[in-house]
Write a protein that binds this ligand. Structure first.
Ligand SMILES: NC(=O)c1ccc[n+]([C@@H]2O[C@H](COP(=O)([O-])OP(=O)(O)OC[C@H]3O[C@@H](n4cnc5c(N)ncnc54)[C@H](OP(=O)(O)O)[C@@H]3O)[C@@H](O)[C@H]2O)c1
Length: 285
């Protein structure tokens, strides 16, 4: 039995779908099963990474766990999950971490939180695999409103490129790690097939959507304010902006062969992600 945390999120939903397609027994974890909108035949458990007792209950009969945690709580939540897994005799934790955790020079919050979370998993004594993606292609969904309303993408750091990866491919690697052997103690840094700047992503989106789109570079302070306006807390907004700034560094533009090595399939290009998400960007009739 595989416990999937973060099952209602971007990567988790992909993972649930791929495990389901393989006929694997799984339990999807969420804080609000009534809002989960997961397939009806899936076993769900209500639990919170901040509530160790709920994790103990979620872990009953489980032998493998996909661990997804977010934000400043990552170190505490990963420790809670890993300790509950150790108590339950879980045999393998696959943690979704962050690509830049592997950049020793990265001292900004998100890789720092994930490093502490990874350490908590290691300290639990449960065998582990770390999945460390670079930026998600799905981050382009943040542009839905401005593309629909203004035919424009407003984003900072126009000179920066990230080898963005499709969450489908992240889930495919996690599926392999959870369902096949020889992944224990491995660290998988994942990228897509090519580094792209926000302007290049905008061009691909314009082509796929069949309408002209403009890329407009905005100052980091403007982008930060936009996050706050969308309800992101100050600490998280600063962490996201620090992460976005790393698009200017060479580390995030490196293409890694890992997706193909693990899954046997080439990572999907941004164009395919855009085609699969075309409906999100469509203007209301
Ligand atoms: N975006 C990127 O470019 C990028 C790049 C590399 C790594 N990452 C990492 O990817 C992760 C985010 O993945 P994602 O985008 O797939 O997540 P997401 O879409 O933001 O979804 C978050 C998930 O976490 C669950 N969750 C939140 N708080 C919880 C809690 N207290 N207890 C239990 N579950 C909780 C939510 O479930 P419910 O609300 O249903 O409970 C939801 O399923 C982060 O660790 C981030 O650092 C992101």
């Amino acid at each position: 039995m595989i416990l999937v945390t973060g099952a209602t999120g971007t990567v988790g939903r992909e993972l649930v779908g791929q495990l389901l397609a393989r006929g694997v027994r799984m339990r999807a974890m969420t804080r609000r099963p009534e809002l989960a909108e997961l397939p009806d035949d899936i076993e769900m458990v209500r639990a919170d990474l901040g509530d160790p007792d709920s994790l103990t209950a979620a872990m009953r009969g489980v032998d493998r766990v996909f661990l997804l945690s977010s934000g400043p709580e990552i170190p505490t939540h990963d420790a809670n999950l890993a300790q509950a897994a150790a108590r339950a005799g879980v045999e393998h934790i696959v943690k979704l971490s962050s690509g830049r955790t592997g950049d020793d020079t990265a001292t900004d919050p998100i890789p720092t939180w994930h490093r502490a979370g990874e350490q908590a998993v290691r300290d639990s004594g449960v065998p582990w695999t770390m999945v460390r993606p670079l930026g998600f292609m799905a981050n382009a969904l943040h542009w839905v409103g401005s593309i629909r309303d203004h035919g424009a993408v407003y984003a900072p750091f126009g000179q920066g490129s990230i080898a963005v990866v499709d969450p489908h491919d992240i889930a495919a690697v996690a599926t392999s790690a959870l369902t096949t052997e020889s992944h224990e103690g491995q660290i998988y840094t994942l990228s897509g097939p090519q580094p792209l700047s926000p302007g290049e992503q905008t061009e691909i989106l314009a082509d796929v959507l069949g309408r002209p789109l403009r890329y407009i570079e905005v100052a980091p302070a403007t982008a930060r304010q936009s996050l706050i306006d969308h309800g992101v807390q100050d600490e998280m907004a600063d962490a996201i902006m620090a992460l976005r700034a790393t698009a200017l560094e060479a580390f995030t533009s490196v293409v890694h062969p890992t997706v193909e090595h693990i899954t046997g399939v080439l990572p999907r290009p941004f164009r395919v992600w855009a085609e699969n998400h075309r409906a999100h960007f469509a203007r209301a009739a």
